[in-house]
Every structure is written in structure tokens, then in C-alpha cells.
Design a protein around this ligand. Structure first.
Ligand code: MOS
Length: 763
């Protein structure tokens, strides 16, 4: 167990100077100037280069691997076949392993041989000259087909046997749906979401060096400690035989939570040849490695009573999780529907279908983004059928305690983030007026509006610790284990330290994500980083603050409660009897016994409350029913993540999340050829990502800061929530415009035209 919970016992800030301000990122200049070092940039003397040869077949037995021509390529150092690494497994969160190199590849692109060479070109040339003879085996790409064949396990966080789904249950949904008679209306629909790839700008990459019996690994990662643990296990080493340094990661989005096969490869070769080894995936490999959001097929059956209250939800979700059980934890989409609205009867089945595609991993709001696409469209459909406003229908179903855990919310009684986000969003969007606006225009195009809501955890928690050294010039070094995956967490943590110390944020230097220099923390995932590390940093800074105030009180021979720290000075306010006293913090520290002040902070546990973040998005679209083109005219995003530490970073998350959501809505899909099982668009030309042209003409961003006192900084997660409601909000707006429900993502022009024709055929 950790130390007693000191972090939550600090009182909430009353007035703040630095916290809440739109502070530009402390590393913005390095990034835009190209000075920031990413893993692929790491250059070490005498460095060798490694890469994988990947299976050309979707499912096959390897008959033979001929490396003669490859070995003759000048500069080749090693060619490793599956046998040599057969005892090494890369493991998922539940300990299920996959081989580093497969002797029976089960998806196109699976790693089968590793090559190490003097140069990247030599490694590439050698890999191309390896001759592999395959004996093809049958494959299945479609998750429904695998499900029907009984080839599935349960999705989510509990392991099940083959053929057994994971079940979430409360109340009795079946009974509620069958025995409600005429007072319960039932709605049913099946929704499909596409498999996606994170497409971080920086690919998965590691550089390893082995010196003095110890590895140093530079990695593009969300979690240096998770990489250390996973790599130690693969190497059969102890965790402290490895130092992991997180470079600027260049994006992660859930795809870089732990070590990869390439990490093992780099470390293995670096020891074998006693020289640094660089192992960087190329863009094509990013699409066929074990990463990405799995395809889902979700059937929802929802019952609602005449008063507009949800009575029961039945959900069956089938998710394509690859050929191994590895990664089956990401084959689920039930979480959102179990907790966002009040509903007494819920039955959800998660089916992780074994398919011949790369195993998935977390991707921004895993499960929730898929789940919201289904549920939030269904909410719209039900509201329309009941003749209710969709905002009002949602408001009617807001729970007064967490419907799953039954815990009270960590917010003041009577306040609920979703309710306040809906109200603020409707106002910003001018919802009431726009509902009455004309829909069809002279050119035949139609406008529509839609709304969708989201919920997410993001309460954070231990383990997270921080160390702060304040030097005699009143600058400070903050050490934190947290990776900054592009959210701006380094800046937010510097703000928290600056706030507490009464010094400028520019005076705080942040060293983060280094297993030797910084203390243990979880990876930056689950939108938990700020709420985990923020309170630890505040505690460390508070520790320093207390010591500085004590120095001031001694110098002045007064009590500590007389001293404040303001703008780099220790100050005692003037009273009638005495003038103001002021002295620089730097002077106090330079005259202190240690010549510096060191503070420690540790994240304490959370109270037993429901820790939830909320958001809504309202969108307006224009649809051309002739071409199927959809233009997003406006998107209003409102989120409640408690106290906003950095207004600029807050806005960035909303813009980034919604843009990624628009990619999910309109563009992103890994397209498999069912006959060959091969991915047809394993590159950024054919796999479409949203660009600035796909963004709404107008973004409006707002925040609702419902007081949150489950931790000492009053903040909860924001990274994932804004991606969740975008696709269903867009789909609802498209429906509003043209009357076709969107059952499959992405909404391509063809699919939209097809749905319109289907609707017309019904008439
Ligand atoms: Mo996130 S998808 O938990 O990094």
C-alpha cells in the first residue's frame, strides 16, 4: 500500500495565477523548429539497423525459409527465424502471449523473420531477398463469420473459454423487453464500425544499446515503465537491467502503451552485437502490426416507456480481435451503455471473434467510440419516435448516481456534468432556433443538425509520484514519470508546480518519462495522466512551498501563516503595526543549509465515488443527396473534465478529438480483400485521415467545470472523451438532413447513397 492519502487532503485552490490560463506548451518551440528528438531521430555511434520480414500470406504454414541470398547482402549481421525466438512472447494486459516471429503466420503482415544489418538499406535488401515457401491455410476476416463458427472468446477484461461471450448484466433485460406490453416500445438496430489504425506521425520505434551489462532503450511510448516491465519479461532480465527513456513520442492514441516486438528485436540485437540497434517501423508496417481499433458489429435492442425513460438495453457486440486471444480485452463496446444513462435492466454480450487480421490494442476511447456510435444514434431514433427533443430525452435519463457501481458522483449534489454540457452545448449551438430552420436549399442540398453525448472515466489514481528540486536561483526541476503523448501534460504539470511555488511557469524545467530519473507511474492512457500525476506534482510542490515558507518565517522570526509566495518572492503583508516585508525566494534558498529545496509527492487513492467525465457535441451538416457528399458546417464541443488546468490544451484536445472523430465518421477504414485476406490500403494515400479540409467550417469549444474534489487539483481526464460523440452526432445530423440512418462507418458517399436508396425503396 502507498503512503496515507496526502494529495487529496490539500485544499482546493481558491484563486489561481497560472492554473487555468492558456499557457503555450513549454516544448512548442522545440517541436515547431524541429529540435525535438523523436525515437527515429536517435543516432548513436556504430549503430546497426533491424527490421522484420512479414508474412505475404494471410494464413499459412511456413514450409521453408531460404536465407542464402539474403545472407550474402553486404552488411548483414543476423537473420533470425521463428525457431530462434520461439520461447519469447509479447503479452497483452491479461497475460495472453503471441510469438515475436510466427512459424504459422495467421494474418498478412505478421512478423516471421528478423534481420539486423549495418544499414537500414542493407536490412531492407536482405529482407527482400529471403525466400519463403508457404502452404496456405483457410482464413476468415469477417467477425460475424468467425462468431458463427464458434471461433470467439469473451471481449473485455475477463477471460472466458472458447465459444463463451463475456456478459455484463444488471436487472433482467429480457424480461423487461418481453413483459412490458404496450407500455414499453422496443427499438432494434445493428451498427458496424470499421477497423482503424492510430496513424501516429511517429511510427513504432525503439533504439537500444547494451553497455556494462545493462540496456538503455529509447522508445516512442506512452509508458516507459510498462515498456521496461514487458521488455524485461521478454529478455528474461530484471527490470533494473533496463533503462527506458521516452523520447518525444510523436503520438500514441493507445497504440504505444507497452513494448512492441521491435523493442525486443532492438534489445536482443544490441546485446548480441554489443552495439546500438535502431528498429523503426515504416508506415506500411504500422497498418499490419498488432495495433488498431477492431471492427465491431453491434446489435442494440432498447426498450423505453411512455414517459420517455429507458427500461432495458440488450446489446450484442462482435469484435474482430485477430487470430490469437491476445488483445481480446479491446473487443468490447458495452461500457458506455452501462453507465451513461439511468437504465435498470442491461444485458450486454461481448464477443471477441478470432479473425485473420492483426490483433487490436487500445485506440482513443477504446470500446466507447464504437459503443457511442450505436447507442447515441439509437437515442436519437427513440427520441424522434417518441416525438421528443433528443436533448430533452437525454436529460430525462440522466442518472442521479452511477448506474453501474451505484456510487454517488464526485460532484456536488444536484450537479451532473452531462446535464450541464447538454445545456451549454444547446445554447452555444442555438439548438432551439436551428431546429426550426429550413432544411432544403435551392441547389437541392439539405441541412441537418445532430447531437451526441459521451461519458468516460479518467479519474486517475496511484501509482504516480513526483520529485521537485527548487534551486538557489528560484528555478526548479520537476521529475515525473508521465509521458507527454501530445496532450501537453508536461506544460500542465509545470503550471501546477508554478502555481504552488509562486514562481513563473518558465522557471520550471520538466524531465519526464525516464525510468532511471523519474519515479514510477502508469502509462499515459485512459485519460488518467493529469488526474494521476497532477496531484502528485502539487504535493511535491506543496512540500517545497512549506520548506520555503519555513525559511522565510525563520528569517523574519514570525509564524509561517504570515508568509505568502508571490511572483518569486516570499512576502509578509503589511499591517497597521508593520510594513510589508518581501524577499526573493532565490535568496532564501541560496542561504539555506542544503542550497536547494527538494519536495516529494505521491498520488493518494481516490475516494469511493463515481469518477466520470462528460461531453457533448452538436453538429450541423449539409448533405448533397445527389452525390452523397456531407459537409460539416459547424461543430460545438463542450466537455466537463472538472477544473481546466490549461485552457489552450483543453481546446486542443477538443479540436483533436473531434477531428479524429470526423475521421472515424467519414474516412478511416482498413479495407480487407475477403478473398486474399490482405489489407488493401496499408498506406496513408489509400487509408484516408482527416485533414484541415475535413474539419468543420466552424469549431466552437466550451467547458463546463463542475466542481470535482476527488483529487487535489480538481481535474479529471479529457484526452479520450472528445473523440467519442463525433461520429454519432454526425450520423444524427445526416439523418436529420436526409432521413437515412447510418448503420455502418465510415459514411462514404456510396454508403450514404445506398442508404438513401434503401429508404426510398421502403416508401
Ligand atoms: Mo488510451 S486508447 O487508453 O491510450
Amino acid at each position: 500500500m502507498g503512503k496515507p492519502d496526502k494529495t487529496t487532503s490539500l485544499p482546493a485552490w481558491s484563486a489561481t495565477r497560472v492554473v487555468g490560463r492558456p499557457v503555450p506548451r513549454i516544448d512548442a518551440r522545440q517541436k515547431v523548429r524541429g529540435d525535438a528528438v523523436y525515437t527515429a531521430d536517435v543516432q548513436l555511434p556504430n549503430m546497426a539497423h533491424a527490421r522484420f520480414l512479414r508474412s505475404e500470406r494471410t494464413h499459412a504454414k511456413i514450409v521453408s525459409i531460404d536465407t542464402a541470398a539474403a545472407s550474402a547482402v553486404p552488411g548483414v549481421l543476423a537473420i533470425v527465424k521463428p525457431d530462434e525466438w520461439k520461447d519469447v512472447l509479447l503479452k497483452d494486459n491479461l497475460g495472453r502471449g503471441i510469438p515475436i516471429l510466427a512459424d504459422e503466420p495467421k494474418y498478412a503482415g505478421e512478423e516471421i523473420v528478423a534481420v539486423c544489418a549495418e544499414t537500414e538499406d542493407a536490412a531492407r535488401e536482405a529482407a527482400a531477398k529471403i525466400r519463403v515457401v508457404y502452404d496456405d491455410l483457410p482464413h476468415v476476416i469477417d467477425p460475424e463469420e468467425a462468431h458463427q463458427a464458434g471461433q470467439f472468446v469473451g471481449g473485455g477484461w475477463r477471460k472466458t473459454r472458447l465459444g463463451e461471450p463475456a456478459v455484463y448484466q444488471r436487472g433482467d433485460a429480457r424480461r423487461a423487453l418481453t413483459s412490458g406490453g404496450r407500455s414499453v416500445r422496443i427499438f432494434e438496430r445493428t451498427y458496424r464500425t470499421a477497423p482503424m489504425t492510430h496513424c501516429s506521425i511517429e511510427p513504432h520505434a525503439a533504439v537500444a544499446s547494451f553497455e556494462n551489462g545493462r540496456w538503455t532503450v529509447w522508445e516512442s511510448t506512452q509508458g516507459v515503465f510498462a515498456v521496461r516491465e514487458s521488455l524485461a519479461e521478454m529478455l528474461g532480465a530484471s527490470i533494473n537491467d533496463i533503462r527506458v527513456i521516452g523520447t518525444y513520442p510523436g503520438g500514441g492514441f493507445g497504440g504505444k502503451v507497452s513494448a512492441g516486438k521491435y523493442t525486443f528485436g532492438a534489445a536482443y540485437f544490441s546485446k548480441k552485437f554489443a552495439r546500438p540497434v535502431r528498429f523503426v517501423q515504416d508506415r506500411n508496417e504500422e497498418f499490419v502490426s498488432p495495433y488498431g481499433r477492431p471492427a465491431s458489429v453491434q446489435t442494440l435492442k432498447v426498450g423505453v416507456n411512455t414517459a420517455g425513460k429507458l427500461v432495458a438495453i440488450e446489446q450484442k457486440g462482435i469484435h474482430a480481435i485477430g487470430p490469437y486471444e491476445f488483445g481480446a480485452e479491446w473487443g468490447h463496446a458495452e461500457d458506455l451503455l452501462t453507465e451513461i444513462y439511468e437504465c435498470p435492466n442491461v444485458h450486454a454480450e461481448s464477443i471477441a471473434a478470432l479473425t485473420n487480421v492483426p490483433p487490436p490494442c487500445a485506440m482513443r476511447a477504446p470500446g466507447y467510440a464504437q459503443g457511442a456510435f450505436a447507442l447515441e444514434q439509437m437515442m436519437d431514433e427513440i427520441a424522434a419516435a417518441l416525438g421528443m427533443d433528443p436533448v430533452e430525452f437525454r436529460l430525462k435519463n440522466i442518472p442521479d448516481r452511477d448506474p453501474d457501481s451505484k456510487r454517488p458522483f464526485a460532484s456536488p449534489k444536484g450537479r451532473h456534468g452531462l446535464r450541464e454540457c447538454l445545456a451549454a452545448g444547446a445554447k452555444n449551438f442555438n439548438w432551439e432556433k436551428r431546429k426550426r430552420d429550413r432544411k432544403t436549399h435551392e441547389d437541392g442540398s439539405k441541412t441537418g443538425i445532430g447531437v451526441a453525448a459521451t461519458i468516460w472515466g479518467g479519474g486517475g489514481g496511484p501509482p504516480a509520484a513526483a520529485l521537485l528540486r527548487v534551486h538557489a536561483d528560484a528555478t526548479a526541476d520537476l521529475f515525473t514519470g508521465a509521458a507527454d503523448i501530445g496532450t501537453g501534460i508536461r506544460t500542465a504539470l509545470a503550471q501546477i508546480a508554478a502555481e504552488e511555488l509562486g514562481i513563473a511557469v518558465e522557471r520550471i524545467r520538466v524531465t519526464n518519462a525516464d525510468t532511471d530519473l523519474t519515479s514510477y507511474t502508469l502509462p499515459s492512457y485512459g485519460s488518467l495522466t493529469l488526474a494521476s500525476s497532477g496531484p502528485a506534482v502539487r504535493q511535491a510542490a506543496h512540500d517545497c512551498r512549506t520548506q520555503i515558507i519555513s525559511l522565510a518565517a525563520q528569517a523574519l522570526q514570525t509564524t509561517e501563516d504570515q508568509i505568502a509566495l508571490v511572483d518569486g518572492y516570499a512576502v509578509r503583508a503589511a499591517t497597521e503595526e508593520q510594513p510589508e516585508w518581501i524577499t526573493p525566494i532565490a535568496k532564501l534558498i541560496s542561504q539555506s543549509p542544503a542550497r536547494e529545496i527538494v519536495g516529494n509527492g505521491e498520488r493518494g487513492p481516490n475516494p469511493k465515488l463515481a469518477l466520470k467525465a462528460y461531453g457533448v457535441q452538436f453538429v450541423a451538416v449539409t448533405v448533397d443527396p445527389e452525390s452523397g457528399e456531407v459537409r460539416v458546417d459547424e461543430l460545438v464541443a463542450v466537455n466537463d473534465s472538472g477544473r481546466v488546468i490549461n485552457r489552450m490544451a483543453f481546446d486542443s484536445q477538443l479540436i483533436g478529438g473531434a477531428t479524429m472523430g470526423l475521421g472515424m465518421a467519414f474516412l478511416e477504414e482498413r479495407s480487407y480483400d475477403p478473398a486474399s485476406g490482405k489489407l488493401l490500403n496499408a498506406n496513408l494515400a489509400d487509408y484516408k485521415l482527416p485533414t484541415i479540409f475535413d474539419q468543420p467550417r466552424e469549431f466552437k469549444l466550451d467547458r463546463v467545470e463542475v466542481p470535482y474534489d476527488a483529487n487535489s487539483i480538481g481535474a479529471k481526464g479529457l484526452g479520450e472523451p472528445p473523440v467519442i460523440p463525433t461520429a454519432p452526432a454526425v450520423a444524427n445530423a445526416v439523418f436529420d438532413a436526409v432521413g437515412a440512418r447510418i448503420e455502418r462507418l465510415p459514411i462514404s458517399r456510396k454508403r450514404l447513397i445506398d442508404s438513401l436508396m434503401k429508404e426510398q425503396a421502403k416508401k
